[in-house]
Design a protein around this ligand. Structure first.
Ligand code: M6R
Length: 610
């Protein structure tokens, strides 16, 4: 999410910053900016693609040998000139760029406003800048000011900060958001990702959490929070530029699969403040009274986003006892669904631009429904038109096949369903504590599944020649089965069908023969025996069985040819865990078959036509 570049040396900084930003544009592309030092700090920012900034720079030539730049993927505040980075203090002496999310920015903002600060933007980043400014005014030293400010920041950050009073240095620091230092000869670089500086150097310092780099043209000093010097080995980059853009991964899809622990953390944790029994859902203000009047919920979306909504349906109905219809937008918009002011319409979309989903939203609003948009792209049509928005903070998803955005959408469903149940008094404080604890543990559980990638690859190789794949499950497992089958169709071009396990014997079982593969999802513990009976029926007709089960449930080995285990969890959250192996399985089959995984045939990332 977002890209940072910094340069200090003997060349003109602006072209180097722009070039670096161009190679990072896939990380964020709704606005960009540079601050370059000559006699003072010259700031130029533009909403939209990088080309807009370049156009602006033609008339505002920013000369100078030191500067910082940023390409943004909005989280706090819509894409606009004023919300874009770098942010600069009132006296135009300090400029800062930031990747990540400052979770406690509202309370910090209150404090700074009390001290007399005013804010131009809606961003958390400007709060970070003003905090640096506040401490700088006290101590008169940028390094100390940055250390003092970051000590107050909760959340994630990668920061590059420059100051007019000392243009011989860039201060760079990070926590939970990547930042590297590139080492040149008489020049040095700062970047959020290697491709930004690969043209100039392959010698890199990888900054660790809470480390601070003082970058001058002649050297780089890495310090810890106590200002003790850290000796860091130089990391030599051996990849070519094309591969490095994918962070060393072969495809964006694989990179995005591996980003999921972070994405899940970013989407969940800021909404679940420590030591408080609350869920903070951004702008969603639906009151207790309004919720009590809601008599029906529709969750409407397309493709993968729809499958996340299907999970949401199971969750909300089970814990809040409100009827929920999950439906594809293309169907919903052309029938005559019953909608009134007591209807809650939840539309889910990664892009926020899918034509059918936008139409469903408009239809719901016209009929008086309260519309919540669960959206990944800030400032998109759905984000702008929904009554309220809950953002999934998955970052830009480049691969056409959705992976990390789906996991973030599932997290949004976990939050929304729990929030509704809490407001309606359907869950106790103890139940909420249990849920919260489990949500906190999901990123590390996903991480542990990703460590099985080689095993899943070996299974993909084993089953690569299958002709038909059936994905089955009951309850929420069925919802996840639908996503598994879609993924393998999209990128491996294999015929795959998801079925509610109990439905098989009503027809589709006739298709089962030797050479078929059945992927059985059995994470719903209370439905385990039922699904296993269905698996046995298929096995006895010649299919191979690959099961996805919870750790400890070794019973499944009696019937399955192969099992992928995922960590055991609260019943509400099995979907996000059991889907990870499905993503990897589809990915490795598609690679094995030699397909263009990131750009599958016939598909587009954003479906803005009907
Ligand atoms: O941008 P959206 O979430 O609204 O897109 C919906 C679908 O087009 C999308 O999920 C599609 O199914 C993906 N290719 C799935 O991988």
């Amino acid at each position: 999410m977002c890209g940072i570049v910094g340069y200090i040396g003997q060349q003109e900084a602006t072209p180097i910053l722009i070039e670096g930003l161009r190679s990072l544009e896939y990380r964020g592309y709704d606005s960009a900016g540079v601050a370059v030092f000559k006699d003072g700090l010259n700031l130029v920012k533009a909403k939209g693609r990088l080309a807009n900034l370049e156009e602006k720079l033609v008339d505002n030539a920013s000369t100078g040998l030191m500067g910082i730049g940023h390409t943004r993927w909005a989280t706090h505040g819509e894409p606009s000139d004023v919300n874009s980075h770098p942010h600069m203090n009132e006296s135009n002496t300090i400029a800062l760029v930031h990747n990540g999310i400052i979770e406690n920015y509202l309370s910090l903002k209150d404090e700074l406003e009390f001290e007399g600060y005013t804010f131009l933007s809606e961003t958390d980043t400007e709060v970070g800048l003003m905090l640096v400014d506040y401490y700088y005014n006290q101590v008169g030293n940028l390094l100390d000011a940055v250390i003092m400010a970051t000590d107050r920041i909760e959340g994630s950050y990668a920061l590059a900060v420059v100051c007019k009073d000392d243009p011989t240095q860039i201060i760079a620091t990070r926590k939970d958001s990547p930042l590297i230092i590139g080492l040149g000869n008489g020049e040095n670089f700062v970047a959020s990702d290697i491709p930004a500086i690969l043209k100039y150097t392959r010698d890199i310092y990888l900054l660790e959490d809470a480390e601070i780099a003082v970058v001058t043209k002649d050297g780089v000093t890495i310090l810890n929070e106590k200002k003790e010097v850290i000796n860091r080995d130089i990391f030599k980059v051996t990849w070519d530029i094309a591969a490095a853009e994918k962070g060393g991964y072969e495809h964006f899809m694989l990179k995005e699969i591996f980003e999921q622990p972070k994405v899940i953390k970013d989407t969940l944790i800021p909404r679940l403040p420590l030591n408080q029994d609350v869920i903070e859902l951004d702008q969603i203000k639906l009151s207790k009274k309004e919720l009590a009047n809601i008599n029906k919920i529709y969750i409407i979306a397309c493709g993968t986003a729809f499958y996340s909504g299907f999970v949401g349906k199971y969750l909300i109905e089970r814990i809040s006892r409100i009827p929920v219809v999950a439906e594809t937008a293309s169907e919903f918009r052309y029938r005559e669904p019953i909608i009134d002011k007591n209807t809650l319409l939840i539309v889910v979309s990664q892009s926020g631009e899918t034509a059918d989903t936008v139409a469903a939203l408009r239809m719901g609003k016209k009929a008086g429904a309260h519309v919540i948009g669960v959206v990944n792209v800030v400032g998109s049509t759905i984000a702008r038109e929904a009554t309220e928005v809950l953002y999934t903070w998955a970052g830009p998803e480049i691969a056409v096949a959705s992976t990390k955005a789906y996991s973030a959408q599932l997290c949004a469903m976990y939050l929304i369903s729990t929030k509704i149940a809490m407001e309606l008094g359907e869950i106790t404080d103890e139940e909420f504590s249990e849920i919260k604890e489990e949500l906190y543990s999901l990123p590390s559980k996903v991480e542990s599944i990703l460590q099985q990638a080689d095993y899943i690859k070996s299974l993909a190789n084993k089953y690569i020649n299958m002709k038909n794949v059936f994905y089955i499950g009951r309850g929420m497992d069925f919802a996840v089965a639908m996503e598994g089958a879609l993924k393998i169709k999209e990128i491996a071009y294999l015929h795959a069908e998801p079925y509610a396990a109990g439905e098989l014997k009503h027809g589709p079982i006739a298709l089962i023969e030797k050479g078929s593969l059945l992927v059985g999802l059995v994470a719903q513990e209370e439905l385990f025996d039922k699904t296993v009976s269905n698996i046995k029926e298929v096995k006895s007709r010649g299919a191979s069985i690959l099961a996805i089960a919870l750790e400890g449930n070794t019973e499944i080995e009696k019937v399955a040819d192969d099992v992928i285990y995922v960590p055991s969890t609260h019943w509400m959250f099995t979907s996000v865990l059991e889907n990870i192996p499905q993503q990897l399985f589809a990915y490795y089959i598609a690679c094995g078959l030699g397909h263009d995984v990131d750009k599958p045939r016939n598909l587009a990332k954003s479906v803005t036509v009907e």
